[in-house]
Design a protein around this ligand. Sequence first.
Ligand code: URP
Ligand code: ZN
Ligand code: ZN
Length: 463
Amino acid sequence: MGLLIQNGTVVTAEKTFAADVLIEGQTIREVRPGIAADSHEVLDANGMLLLPGGIDAHTHLDMPFGGTTSSDDFETGTRAAAIGGTTTIVDFAIQAKGTKMRTALDTWWKKAEARACIDYGLHMIVTDLPDAGLEDMDDMVREGVASFKLFMAYPGVLMVDDATIFRALQQTSKNGALICMHAENGSVIDVIVRQALAEGKTAPIHHALTRPTAAEAEAVHRAIALAEIAGVPIYIVHLSSEDALNQVREARDRGLPAFAETCPQYLLLSIEDMKTMPGFEGAKYVFTPPLREKQNLPKLWDGLKTDNLQVVSTDHCPFCFEDQKALGKDDFTKIPNGGPGIENRLQLLHHHGVNAGQITLNRFVEITSTAPARIFGMYPKKGTIAAGSDADIVVWDPKAEHVISAKTHHMRVDYSMFEGFKVTGNARQVYSRGDLIVDSGKFIGRAGRGQYLRRAARGGAWN
Ligand code: URP
Ligand code: ZN
Ligand code: ZN
């Protein structure tokens, strides 16, 4: 006996069609109209869309950063993700300088194991790459860590030099992993930041004002050039500006395998919003890259339409306003960088993307699920509704109205970046590998049920 979801409209990246979906165990068995109910349990999805579970390829749960630790752990963060229709995340383990990546992998497995409510993969942040480190990368790939993040920003903390970046890129030509790049020129930004502090500019807004878009564009250009020399694909994370996007577009026009993601905050919020905030409020929007001027927003939407941006992830990295963001009350450089959003990605993109006519339903599914599954080596297990795929299905009510607020959200953080945003479209039921884990907005799953995902190397970025 299985579970039959009847009368819904299935939406994949390719098409939208009326069909029933039969789930047996953890897997989708059949997708077609008119499947007989027989002895199956039946869910009536009349009027509902059936979406493949959302995949958030960029989250930071329980991450030590900026003198504190991100406030959601793998339990609270994945629970909130599930409520918002996300059934898979790819989080970041961090190699401590001078140590093996395996140590970091073990640490992050321990953080996640008993807590994760949904399936999770891990990228590895590379902070150090001695000769032995190259083998370390291969070791990680064998463990299903098929992607590595390197930083061109945060000097003295996470930033690595071009030689390290280039060696890592070259190694991926052998092991098939994908390099994800935080692309901002950290050295130049550091000079601008010091000058601002010397002039007494300590308020949160100066975080944004000291990180010009040209510093992002320069780093994106350099990262793509290094990948071109190495002959491998590259993926730019949390791209925030038109200037940076132009670099990706130019590379893709030349046929290079350059990929990029953006995040809801860059599509929907701007530095102008931050400028109107009283006192220390702006600290809620201190993340990196920062919010940009309003004129960038339609350009990023265009990037999604033209496939110069392939993915929308959240970069969920929450810090509580009261006791964590407050670390930087007198100095914006001490505000922990990051913002919350893991719960709201599908709601925001459905409302401001699909309902507003910016993207089709199929593109919505593609940028929130199918493309990250392909690029990061999880497809077709994840990222689609098809026979043989994991039964990760969101029963999406396109008419449900919801007001986003810290008062009602499930993320363990005391503010919302999208406070008061009214959205239409929300998850009604969420299935993860056949388990009903969210019903009418309530989490009914279990911490620890989420499984580690061994992702395949040479994923979609390589095709
Ligand atoms: O401000 C941010 N984005 N915090 C998380 C770390 C990163 O750079 O992704
Ligand atoms: Zn980053
Ligand atoms: Zn991040």
